[in-house]
Design a protein around this ligand. Structure first.
Ligand code: FO1
Length: 316
């Protein structure tokens, strides 16, 4: 049996997880657990939103809006229009009707006393998603952005309202030092044959997962940790990850992100780094860090190429 753990953020993580699921389905008796970032989570209009959890859930269930990149396919916005008319929520942030069903179900269960892990398990039961999904932690450790102008705001406001245009100086997850990994996270990593870092935002998607005490140590004990670059040809594939990387002093280059995660042999995390063909010239720099570079096509444009990216990571 191949036991795989994926650390993932939203859209990129979801896509990559689809590829891993497809690749594993071809071999014997596979088992995959995806540990999802919850730093993007927030309370809005009285409901708890978990954008990355929902992106992974909807993608694995085939219910995601592939055009927009977030939310449910075929969603409508009647309730959202009412919320806007009441002046509730955020005028720049759309809550689809079907999506709101998820938020209401989740919030109700949380109010009844279920943990985030239990809620995610319930959400996972509706569709045959074929992967075990875990939140990184049960604690609320939402990501905040510290701005160069001196104030701070929730990551979602910075991302969706300001489109990352306000210069950030740091990202914080208040309280993360007291958080513990969600039940099952450390166990899944301990039992994994390989842990894959999805091509998600290294700062605000993978970063918060690694910040939960105990996760880094668990990864260092894992037999194999493989990262997949979310940069192709020196450009971030999606989102505004370059702004996040610059804020923490990391260049938007595949080798720089690999060095940011670090080589296991030098106290970091990675055994191998799957990097794009377009960045092949940087492979020696990755090797020089003590990380085994694997050069592969990384565009996840359809099911076949997405599976091939996952396959490259699994074989790295
Ligand atoms: N992203 C947007 O750019 N605009 C939105 O109005 C928006 C609404 C939204 C609602 C629910 C949800 O789960 C995600 C939503 N997103 C929206 C995506 C999300 O804000 C971010 O792209 C991710 O959190 C970054 O990974």
């Amino acid at each position: 049996m191949t036991r795989v753990v994926i650390l993932a953020g939203g859209v990129g993580g979801a896509k990559f997880t689809l590829g891993v699921r497809a690749a594993l389905a071809r071999g014997g008796d596979p088992e995959a657990t995806v540990v999802v970032n919850t730093g993007d989570d927030l309370w809005l209009s009285g409901v708890r939103l978990q954008p990355d959890i929902d992106s992974v859930l909807y993608a694995l269930a085939g219910q995601n809006d592939t055009q927009r990149g977030w939310g449910r396919a075929g969603d409508t916005e009647r309730v959202n229009a009412e919320l806007q008319a009441w002046g509730a929520g955020w005028p720049w942030f759309t809550l689809g009707d079907l999506d709101l069903g998820t938020h209401l179900a989740r919030t109700g269960w949380l109010r009844e006393g279920l943990s985030v892990t239990e809620v995610v398990a319930r959400l996972s039961r509706r569709w045959p998603i074929g992967v075990r999904m875990l939140p990184m932690t049960d604690s609320e450790v939402d990501t905040h952005v510290l701005l160069a102008r001196g104030d701070r705001m929730h990551f979602q406001e910075w991302w969706t309202r300001h489109r990352a245009a306000l210069a950030p100086v740091a990202f914080e997850n208040p309280g993360v030092q007291d958080a513990v990994p969600a039940p099952g996270v450390l166990e899944a990593i301990a039992e994994a044959d390989v842990v894959l870092l999805a091509p998600s935002n290294p700062v605000v998607s993978i970063g918060p997962i690694l910040a939960v005490p105990g996760v880094r140590d668990a990864l260092r004990r894992a037999p194999r940790v493989v990262g997949v670059a979310g940069i192709i040809g020196g450009t971030v594939v999606r989102g505004m990850a370059d702004v996040c990387l610059s804020a923490i002093g990391v260049d938007t280059r595949s080798d720089a992100v690999a060095a940011h995660y670090g080589a296991r042999t030098a106290g970091g995390l990675l055994d191998a780094w799957v990097m794009a063909e377009e960045d092949a010239a940087l492979a020696p720099a990755v090797q020089a860090c003590g990380i085994h570079p694997v050069v592969a096509p990384l565009w996840m444009t359809d099911a076949a190429t997405t599976e091939a990216v996952a396959q490259a990571a699994l074989q790295a």
